[in-house]
Design a protein around this ligand. Sequence first.
Ligand SMILES: C[S@@+](CC[C@H](N)C(=O)[O-])C[C@H]1O[C@@H](n2cnc3c(N)ncnc32)[C@H](O)[C@@H]1O
Length: 582
Amino acid sequence: MATTTPPPATIPTPAAGHPKKPAADGPGDVARLRDAAGFVREQETSDLLARVLPGLDGPELRAMTERCRFAHAALLVFPPDERTLRAELAASGLSADGLAQPSVVVRERLAARHGLGAGELDVRILRPAVPGPDGEERAVEVFALTVPEGSELAAVAAEERTVDREAHLAFDVERPDPLVLRGLRAGFLRHGAVADGGGYNPHEDGTVFYFAAPDETKTPYRRVELYARGDHRDVLAEHLDGPRASHPAETLLRLLSGAWTTQALAACAELRLPEAMSTSTARGAEELARAVGARPENLATLLRYLAMVGVVAEEPRERGTFRLTEAGLLLREDARASMRPLALMYGGPFYESFARLAHTVRTGEPGFEDRYGENHFDHFARDPELAARFDRSMAASAPMFDPLPAHPVVTAAAAAPGGRTVVDIAGGTGELLGRLLAAHPSLRGVLLERAHVVEAARGRLGAVAERCDFVTGDFADVPADGDVYVLSRVLHDWDDEQCRTILRHCAAAMPPGADLLIVERLLPADSSPSLATAWDLHMMCNTGGRERTAAAYALLLADAGLELVGHSPLPLEAHVLHARRR
Ligand SMILES: C[S@@+](CC[C@H](N)C(=O)[O-])C[C@H]1O[C@@H](n2cnc3c(N)ncnc32)[C@H](O)[C@@H]1O
């Protein structure tokens, strides 16, 4: 599908005639069209998905088959003129009377590939219908590049016919919504397909996601398309952000301008732009500028950038007006697990410390300490406003705690007679402990924190604070006699030696049958992309800590006389590790 398609041009139906000989080597276009039609006619969606994505089977294949259906196979042909194109279609058993539209996208791709001006190329698109094995509505998508007799474009045709770069298979997504699209996309990527561009077509009100098929794919088609009716640019932004085949300099330019995204999000939060916007009604830059106290022209520039990264969306039917996306909604102060404080932290103090990353790599000293002259916890402790913002920014990831009240260690403690106690070590403002106590009225809690954080936690815990003791202290003060000990996002703040000390304090305080739950992101054992890899850099630069693999945590635990008995995933790529005394 084209991302932008001008209005249709009608090509008059020619008198029937014999197609001319192909202008180049390899199978002629009639044979290629006939093969494509046969392919479309025969394929069952389920079989085809399994061939496109080898390894896809069982419930995942069934789920995908329920959500998308094979819609067309596409190919590029090279007729010398319109009349021949129609004759070739007829000779291949395809309807020759459809409307032909100019195809902007394929024309531009061809021009870029062969170093030609797009104006020199006439590319049309037709979609003759071909029913599937059970009469399903399908088509062959035919792109036609006009290659007049004797034209120099014959060389282009010869190469394209051999490599068949425009050939692709397309699946229409049934009842598309962000969840379904993310699931399908994840399935494609998991089975070796690679994101390869896409776009939103306002004329058709449809969103297309392109993939390069996996190397082991078992069809002759190397590209696959998922097509979803409607405007799904939020999901598309994620798709386009992934690894793409592009010029190396383009890759680097995108990476080098990454800091601008951090600052655009921080500016958006600072201006309280999300509070002035809605997800349903689009507003123009002038109106928004009045609402947030900004200069309209400059705000329009910021809005366009924010639209590019998917935080706002430009209204396709009314250019220059913008609405908030689901991601943008999270930057509102009053959103559940608001990310506004995080945006201000990453665009503020942590932005400045990251400018010292090379210093950290060279010397081992955290960039934060080089910039502010002290450890980041001490620095925040001396600035109540900053401390409150840091505490709230930690709460932004609180959805990762959602499954923890149902963790077997917690439910067993809650079900045990006599009332059990959960000790949350460096528990912040009690985001996690509060959830555990609210879910299990039989549990009591102890929150150990630094003085200023204890005060904030007392205020935040509300009614469950009655079942909680607040202890001001250090890691050396871990209370004894608890049943479940929690270390959530604490160990990654510290180097290995400091972690051993913290874990030894825990082990010394834990009665023999007690459990320890550790919440952290785990570095993957291989080089697969993960949030932990990014936060590994963040911890190194800001706290002198690090993210670790499960195996590295097992070793640290063992050094403190503890044993890792298992771990399970949590939302936002976090994990909960379960340890006991050996
Ligand atoms: C990254 S936050 C994690 C907070 C909370 N556990 C969570 O997951 O949201 C780390 C916490 O460690 C606390 N902390 C730092 N140094 C500490 C120390 N020496 N003793 C006790 N707590 C400390 C900080 O105040 C901060 O709240």
